[in-house]
Write a protein that binds this ligand. Structure first.
Ligand SMILES: [Zn+2]
Length: 274
């Protein structure tokens, strides 16, 4: 599933090619990917508009449009958003194509269909309940580690479950939650309220570092993730625990444990993480 670094990579890739472009032709091949407004009104509201900004909030891609509305895309488990030549053959599971002129188009593809597309002003989307309340952005200069650590410690849930809760920190998913817990030496299944303030702060700092590192490597490619040009990222090779259950810990050599926390597959080192 694309998490913050993957979505950020896509946004940075697409931004130069999308800014100032006019959405000339909208072709909605699978109407059910549009969750707001009704699919029948989607095309008329979108066609002819110009893209004025390309940004990310949590795991959502926001294309700001002239007039103040936004086209919002969530990639779900297997979604990709790519800028391609019109002449490129259409791949299976392409649900939306938007012609931008100059023989280019923006394509949204999503085999497993957990992704979604929204269109409206941010107020309208909030009101419709289709955009969740999102917490702090870990890459922002104002990421308040101390305050967020205190908030995290108010929860009785497992540390990892709190990291995955988008209302505290936006954009963290399964991969980077496991990586941050490992780097901070914290067992992902430990209750958040049982962790000291300094350790909770360290966890959040490690989370930011691991996300920044993954962006430098252009995201983790496993299954379907592709960047804005349809290429794979290189961060997967740099992961220390995720996907390495049973293999030796890079620090102590003990076999990494594979378990489940909050229903999610989780890997950790029982020796290094407390
Ligand atoms: Zn270890």
């Amino acid at each position: 599933m694309p998490e913050l670094p993957e979505v950020e990579t896509i946004v940075r890739d697409l931004r130069p090619g999308l800014l100032g472009r006019r959405l000339e032709r909208v072709d909605l091949l699978r109407p059910s990917v549009v969750r707001f407004p009704e699919a029948s009104r989607f095309r008329a509201r979108l066609e002819g508009r110009t893209i004025t900004s390309v940004s990310r909030r949590g795991k959502f891609i926001h294309l700001g449009l002239e007039g103040g509305e936004e086209l919002v895309v969530h990639l779900g488990m297997t979604g990709t958003l790519t800028l391609e030549r019109e002449s490129e053959p259409l791949r299976l599971h392409t649900h939306l194509r938007i012609g931008l002129g100059r023989s280019e188009e923006l394509r949204f593809r999503d085999p497993r269909r957990f992704g979604r597309v929204l269109l409206g002003s941010s107020g309208e989307l909030q009101l419709a309940g289709v955009l969740p309340r999102l917490g702090a952005e870990p890459l922002e200069p104002g990421f308040a580690v101390q305050e967020l650590a205190s908030q995290l410690r108010r929860s009785r849930r497992a540390v990892k479950s709190v990291l995955l809760d988008q209302a505290l920190v936006a954009g963290c998913g399964n991969i980077y939650a496991d990586e941050a817990c490992f780097r901070a030496g914290i067992r992902p299944d430990r209750r958040a309220c049982r962790i000291s303030q300094p350790r909770a702060e360290r966890l959040l700092r490690e989370l930011r570092l691991v996300l920044e590192d993954a962006i430098r490597r252009r995201g983790s490619s496993f299954s379907d993730y592709r960047d804005g040009f349809g290429a794979r990222g290189e961060a997967y090779e740099a992961l220390l625990v995720y996907g390495r259950g049973g293999q030796p810990c890079v620090v102590c050599g003990a076999p990494l444990r594979q378990s489940r926390v909050g229903g999610r597959g989780t890997v950790f080192c029982a020796r290094c993480q407390r």
